[in-house]
Design a protein around this ligand. Structure first.
Ligand SMILES: [Mg+2]
Length: 141
């Protein structure tokens, strides 16, 4: 019995370790991806000498404008029609989401914000702000 308990604890610890390792691995790849994409975007921008135009205000404004372009694709359409036509709309949606992501990465870069750390922090805050039991209460309403 004692051996079973010890083995069970070992298994729990192993599973906890495995879970934490996989989470770290996920964020490592996410971090590498964000860093690598930011490097490519900066390289593209600097090759065209556009840095002087990329002030924080201009980048934030561009982020909003690109979000407007995303809305434009869906303007006047019903939610169900958007989902029905998703294959037709996807190329445009991809372009606008990419534009939004590019300005988001540029803005984070200009502010010196590590976006992957910021996202992880915000997810942790959201877990505290919206615990599962609160979600269940919300769903009852
Ligand atoms: Mg666009």
């Amino acid at each position: 019995m004692a051996k079973y308990l010890i083995d069970s604890i070992g298994c729990i610890k192993y599973n906890e370790f495995r879970k934490k390792f996989l989470i770290l691995l996920f964020f490592y790849f996410l971090m590498s991806s964000i860093k690598s994409l930011t490097t490519k975007i900066i390289e593209f921008r600097d090759a065209r000498k556009w840095k002087e135009f990329h002030t924080p205000k201009n980048l934030a404004l561009s982020l909003v404008i690109e979000t407007g372009e995303l809305f434009e694709i869906m303007q006047w359409k019903k939610d169900q029609d958007i989902l029905t036509d998703i294959n037709k709309l996807k190329p445009q949606l991809e372009d606008e989401l990419a534009d939004i992501a590019i300005y988001l990465l540029l803005l984070a870069h200009e502010f010196g914000i590590n976006l992957d750390t910021a996202i992880q922090r915000k997810i942790a805050k959201n877990w505290k702000k919206y615990p599962l039991d609160k979600k269940a209460e919300f769903e009852k309403e």
